[in-house]
Design a protein around this ligand. Structure first.
Ligand SMILES: [Zn+2]
Length: 331
């Protein structure tokens, strides 16, 4: 089929036989419910893939449920070809298997995570690996981590912000996108990324292909390195963005920039001129930190103006705005 597949011959080349192989490999003594362990639940349906419904816990499952392949849209034959490949770099997988660039990065990350050579041992590792690479990494961490183990205690706030962005974008992202999300300049971000790469937390794919319009674009793509070092680092990196040194007091704090819709560039908004627009983005946003900041820092007029609008007159938001207005009237 291809250079990758020829290197080692995968056990199946079409979808039906790949599924049959996977079922036999995963459950050599007969199908077992991955949730409760009940044996022989009986085939329920045969859509594009075999599906079972457990007779005792009623959960539905397929041959890939609760494995690294869980929820993947790529066919099983392609997964097997990748699992049996030596060269698992994303562009190679994309080309050889005819899959999209984002899909190739997901497959590559899962294979890299397994740390196994091509073939059955790698497949066996993938069957017990979580499909979300950060959860898979976390599962390997030692149960007790002491504060003195913290490998990122010496990182600057910028380096931490960049690391947090990489964690939230596992498929990889450009320097400009990291800068935007971290609230840093592109030059500063580049320095942080290079530092993180030296420490083994980040890696750069120099000529990654990303979808662009009807074609694709070749860019340098930064991603979290799926190493033991970064797994430990992640355990010490809080999920809430940490404050980045704020160089512009009449603007929106950088850690809130990610909460703005496309169309309003938080970097360029100024206070108090753009207070109303900032209020509209933060008051009803997904993160309570943004709401609290807006209620405490935006001019009272902007909050009042929002309060009269549709959507902001509904609970529980309305009473939060009222309470903040009352509190600030007293202060
Ligand atoms: Zn069950």
């Amino acid at each position: 089929m291809s250079a990758v597949a020829d290197a080692l011959s995968p056990p199946a080349s079409d979808e039906a036989s790949a599924e049959e192989y996977l079922v036999g490999f995963r459950w050599p003594a007969g199908v077992i419910c991955p949730k409760c362990g009940t044996a022989d639940p009986g085939v329920r349906s045969r859509g594009p893939r075999l599906k079972w419904r457990c007779s005792s816990c009623r959960s539905d499952f397929t041959a890939t449920t609760d494995t690294a392949m869980h929820g993947s849209k790529i066919g099983l034959a392609k997964w097997l070809a990748a699992i049996w490949s030596w060269d698992i770099r994303p562009p190679v997988l994309a080309r050889e298997l005819g899959i999209s660039a984002p899909a190739s990065r997901r497959v590559s990350a899962a294979l890299e995570m397994s740390e196994k050579p091509p073939g059955e041992s790698r497949l066996a590792a993938l069957l017990t690996q979580h499909h979300d690479p950060t959860k898979a990494m976390r599962a390997r961490l030692p149960a007790t981590l002491q504060p003195e183990d913290n490998p990122i205690a010496d990182l600057t706030s910028g380096q931490r912000a960049v690391l947090a962005v990489l964690r939230s974008r596992l498929r990889g992202t450009s320097v400009e996108q990291v800068a935007e999300a971290a609230g840093l300049t592109v030059g500063h971000t580049r320095g942080c990324l290079e530092f993180l790469a030296e420490r083994g937390y980040a890696r750069c794919e120099q000529d990654a292909s990303v979808p662009w319009g009807y074609g694709s674009l070749t860019v340098a793509l930064w991603a979290l390195a799926l190493t033991e070092e970064s797994a430990t680092a992640m355990a010490f990196l809080p999920w809430r963005p940490e404050p980045v040194a704020h160089t512009c007091p009449d603007g929106v704090p950088p850690e809130l920039w990610g909460m703005f819709w496309s169309g309003s560039n938080a970097k360029d908004l100024r206070l108090p001129e753009d207070s109303f627009e900032v209020a509209c983005n933060l008051l009803d946003g997904p993160d309570p930190v943004g709401r609290v900041w807006a209620l405490q820092h935006l001019p009272v007029d902007a909050l009042r103006q929002c309060r009269t609008m549709r959507g902001y007159d509904m609970e529980p938001l309305a009473s939060k705005i009222d309470a903040a207005l009352a509190e600030r009237a007293v202060a």
